[in-house]
Design a protein around this ligand. Structure first.
Ligand code: ADP
Length: 394
């Protein structure tokens, strides 16, 4: 069985074709800058050279069509025709309260996803386009929606309710939903496997630190808290998102600077985070370089980012009554050696002893805590596509 995994963003799409017998990735790639002047498709098939096609790709339907053509190409293709694709698995960011697990997409599901656009205006519309285009191009192939929010569905009310009028929850859906669920699920399950202990016996904290970043507390296999909320803006400091701030800042700054709701929303999502503090970049490689070259604001941005992660590790340890395993994943979590070191410094009181030598690794699956550390710390590259493919097959 071959599953095509599609992750549509607003101007990009990532995809993989996975043969579920052996879970082999037959081909993967991405299309960037859809709708801009110079779009590019990067495609890598198993045992073949990577190819790049640069041309204007006006919309997602053309991008998906190009990907399907490359997959069937005589020379570099990996399938003979589209019938070989048994199902398409779509990443969907916001499942709201309707979806506690993955779902076979039909008209009613599409309608429910459209209703959720107001909860995730930056993400859900692109996800829906991906679904509609593949329904059109592959009318006989089933489509499955796999939600970023689903793994967090098990959170207790104490974790998902905000201290605002209860009617805001009941009538307007204001609650914590949590995101990056497929990643938190994948790395926490993998950590228990690597550690040789039963998933249901463990207290795990997973740190998904990418351009978007979130952290989750998983007790006995169930999420008991997570840092992102109604939207992916809450929680950790991110590349361009503020994470937690005093809600009182919003009316204050709107008056002071004469800003509209849309202006503030834009600034908090796109001009804040480490970019906002440093004024340099949202990319941690640039920040480290700038900090080394003497940019105090870049150093400060890194320190503030790390301090926020540390605070969450402390609070989640308190909420779970301890922690057995901490996992780092995604772009920063997998690669930024110094960030992991700063986060875990001075945490021996918690039973966390980092092995600084083992920590000098990038993008590999490895235990980075000392043997005597009561809390085991792992770096585990995330694989959201594989989770989506497995869910789609199921
Ligand atoms: P997203 O999926 O949210 O776009 P990723 O998980 O791909 O994010 O993470 C991207 C981020 O990872 C980059 O913006 C950069 O800050 C960080 N990153 C990637 N590679 C490295 C590296 N070698 N060292 C430090 N940070 C890195």
């Amino acid at each position: 069985m071959k599953v095509f995994v599609l992750n549509c963003g607003s101007s990009s799409l990532k995809y993989q074709l996975i043969n579920m017998e052996g879970e082999t990735v037959l081909a993967k790639g991405l299309v960037e800058k859809i709708g801009e002047k110079s779009s590019v498709l990067k495609h890598k098939a198993l045992n073949k050279e990577e190819i790049k096609i640069s041309e204007k790709i006006a919309a997602h339907n053309k991008a998906i069509k190009m990907v399907l053509d490359v997959l069937q190409d005589e020379k570099i293709g990996v399938i003979k025709n589209m019938d070989e694709i048994s199902a398409v698995g779509h990443r969907v960011v916001h499942g709201g309260e309707k979806f506690s697990g993955s779902v076979l997409i039909n008209d009613a599901v599409s309608e429910a996803l459209r209703e959720n656009i107001k909860l995730a205006p930056l993400h859900n519309p692109a996800n829906l386009i991906g679904i509609e285009v593949s329904q059109k191009l592959m009318p006989d192939t089933p489509n499955v929606g796999v939600f970023d929010t689903a793994f967090h569905y098990s959170m207790p009310e104490q974790a998902f309710l905000y201290a605002v009028p209860y009617s805001w929850y009941k009538e307007n859906g204001v609650r914590r939903y949590g995101f990056h669920g497929t990643s938190h699920k994948f790395v926490s399950e993998r950590a228990s496997e690597l550690d040789g202990r039963n998933y249901e016996d463990l207290k795990i904290i997973t740190c998904h630190l990418g351009n978007g970043a979130s952290i989750a507390a998983i007790d006995k296999g169930r999420v008991v808290d997570t840092s992102m909320g109604l939207t992916p803006l809450e929680g950790l400091v991110m590349g361009t998102r503020s994470g937690d701030i005093d809600p009182g800042i919003i009316p204050y700054i709107m008056k002071e600077r004469n800003l509209s709701i849309e202006d503030v929303d834009e600034v908090l999502n796109k001009e804040s985070g480490v970019l906002g503090i440093s004024g340099v970049s949202n990319d941690f490689r640039d920040l480290s370089e700038a900090a080394e070259a003497g940019s105090r604001k870049s150093e400060l941005a890194l320190e503030i980012f790390c301090r926020r992660v540390k605070k969450y590790i402390g609070s989640y340890t308190a909420v779970m009554g301890g922690v057995d395993i901490i996992v780092f994943t995604a772009g920063i979590g997998e690669n930024a050696v110094e960030v992991r070191e700063i986060i875990l410094s001075d945490m021996e009181y918690f039973g966390i002893c980092l092995d600084k030598e083992k920590n000098k690794c990038r993008g590999e699956e490895i235990k980075i805590s000392k043997e005597e550390s009561a809390v085991k710390v792992y770096v585990i590259p995330t694989n959201e596509e594989l989770v989506i493919a497995r869910e789609t097959k199921k």
